[in-house]
Design a protein around this ligand. Structure first.
Ligand SMILES: Cc1cc2nc3c(=O)[nH]c(=O)nc-3n(C[C@H](O)[C@H](O)[C@H](O)COP(=O)(O)OP(=O)(O)OC[C@H]3O[C@@H](n4cnc5c(N)ncnc54)[C@H](O)[C@@H]3O)c2cc1C
Length: 498
């Protein structure tokens, strides 16, 4: 693509790549700048002895709804295909195990009412409110009429805990209904009910894995990027914004010494990485930096990666077990949890190139970067860091066997990743979902002190791959305006054309 505006996108995770495709679709000349050697951020998989493991992206909601619409517009429908996945909860404090049905959010609500009959009324009201919030959020349907995406919803102003208090629910039921907080990383005592519901709804309604995980997205992105003439530069970072006039940046300096002209700059990276780049003399830059530094981070994870030996004649389908050690998510989702933990255990089935099918198990436990203290230099060789990793791995293996006693003698560990490992995927913080969300805190979505600079990625609006894609769509819709947005949908969405 030549001749259009010169657009730079920093970061090549789900946020940066989806923005790049959408912006190129509008005729812009797009260059993506990625500081790592490989694109993909937390979409990336890694391989041990030829076996694939997921780093950040394991499962998603949204298939059958807005995710299908977005994949169609991005041209990724053929590349990204869902595979069935089921979900269970284990509340370790009380020993309760709950299998969630796969037939949609109403089926989940009915199952929970049957599980906790004395609290059926509160559970019903919880789900009614969650569904209403999503129905009122225009960005859950790309064809929706334009309006503020989060449109003055009063549920922005109450916390999840306030609503659960109002419903007088027991700690067990609160933990079940709040369990999706492990997928946005903000504690129920501070997270807006509306924000929680937007993440939670998709996971209760239709949980799925993607065949070949993040690789499927990346293959699809690569192919579309080639077709649209998007340039991808890896292993370089922007080191300075140059030619700042009228609060606009017209040129950037890269770490390899090259200079690139730019009409627009999209930052699909952590807001702190943006703050580091804004020159102090830029009006508003200092304030942005202070605000960013003040915002606490969402949780990160310590991940255990391994394989489960199959049992002959026994079917063990792919599933998520959410292991929650204490019926108090606030303890789990704030630093200093003192042993309280939430763990996502994902059993997946992978087909290897030689045709073998194998069961992988990834267990990711809430963790905070401060616990994996980084000594200077190469921390990976530091004995204290290695001892920390070994201790966490053993703890996780114990919890896995608590959830799956039948795995005794069948588990093989392949690797582990700490919050410091995730810092390499999403520098500089390594948190799983960007800054924590608080009632009435400024979301800062899209806004930067630069007139031609925009903030995207999972730190901008909603985390998770689904939320990150929705944020990119919303940002592009605002930038290009309604007529161009309608034209884009007309061109790309079958259901709009017909
Ligand atoms: C352990 C774990 C499990 C998770 N599980 C799930 C899940 O099952 N489902 C789900 O939907 N979400 C999950 N998430 C969250 C999800 O991965 C993220 O919300 C989403 O992938 C974020 O996409 P992004 O593009 O905003 O950021 P990223 O994927 O982090 O991409 C940011 C990219 O920007 C690059 N970058 C950073 N700074 C610069 C710079 N200055 N210059 C150039 N490039 C830069 C980084 O190298 C990276 O490639 C999980 C996260 C973690 C850590």
């Amino acid at each position: 693509m030549t001749g259009g505006a010169s657009t730079l996108v920093l970061g090549s995770g789900a946020g940066g790549l989806s923005l790049a495709l959408l912006l190129a679709e509008t005729g812009r000349r797009v260059t993506v700048i990625e500081c790592q050697d490989h694109p993909g951020g937390l979409l990336q998989r890694f391989y041990r002895h030829g076996i694939p493991f997921d780093t950040g992206f394991h499962f998603t909601g949204g298939f059958g709804g807005v995710l299908n619409q977005m994949l169609e517009v991005l041209g990724l429908s053929a590349a990204v295909r869902e595979t069935p996945f089921r979900s269970r909860l284990l509340l370790a404090e009380t020993g309760r195990r709950i299998a969630l049905p796969t037939g949609g959010i109403d089926a989940v609500g009915a199952a929970l009412e049957a599980e906790f009959p004395a609290e059926a009324d509160g559970i019903r009201r919880y789900f009614e409110r969650e569904k209403a919030i999503v129905q009122r959020t225009p960005m859950f349907d790309l064809r929706s009429a334009p309006s503020d995406p989060l449109a003055f919803d009063e549920n922005e102003f109450i916390t999840l805990d306030q609503w659960l208090d109002h419903l007088r629910l027991s700690p067990e039921v609160r933990t079940v209904l709040g369990s999706a907080a492990l997928c946005h990383g903000s504690a129920p005592c501070e997270v807006p009910l509306a924000f929680h519901s937007r993440v939670s709804h998709g996971l209760f309604d239709h949980l799925a894995r993607v065949e070949h995980g993040g690789d499927a997205f990346l293959e699809g992105f690569r192919e579309r990027a080639r077709e649209l003439g998007i340039e991808l530069r890896t292993g370089v970072r922007v080191t300075r914004l140059l030619e700042l006039r009228d609060r606009r940046c017209h040129r950037v300096l890269l770490s390899d010494g090259a200079e690139l002209p730019c009409d627009e700059l999209y930052f699909a990276v952590h807001p702190r990485a943006v703050a580091e780049l804004l020159p102090p003399e830029l009006p508003g830059a200092r304030r942005f930096r202070e605000q960013t530094a003040d915002r606490e981070e969402s949780c990160s994870f310590f991940s255990w990666f391994g394989v489960v030996e199959p049992r002959s004649g026994v079917e063990e389908p792919p599933e998520l077990t959410s292991y929650i050690s204490h019926c108090n998510l606030n303890r789990i989702l704030r630093p200093g949890a003192g042993g309280a933990t939430g763990i996502g255990m994902v059993r997946a089935e992978e087909q290897l190139p030689d045709g073998r099918r194998i069961h992988t198990l990834t267990a990711f436990a809430t963790a905070f970067a401060a616990e994996a203290i980084a000594p200077g230099g190469d921390y990976r060789r530091d004995p204290a860091y290695r001892a920390y990793k070994e201790r966490r791995c053993r703890e996780l293996e114990q919890r896995i066997l608590e959830a799956y006693p039948e795995y005794a003698g069948r588990l093989t560990r392949f690797d582990a990743a700490s919050p410091l490992t995730f810092r390499r995927y999403d520098p500089p913080s390594g948190c799983a979902y960007g800054p924590r969300r608080r009632v009435q805190a400024d979301r800062g979505f899209g806004r930067l002190p630069l007139r031609n600079g925009y903030l995207a990625g999972h730190g901008a609006l909603i985390p998770g791959v689904l939320g990150t894609l929705m944020s990119s769509f919303l940002l592009v819709r605002r930038i290009i305006g309604e007529p161009a947005w309608r034209q884009l949908l007309q061109r790309k969405l079958k259901e709009v054309r017909s």
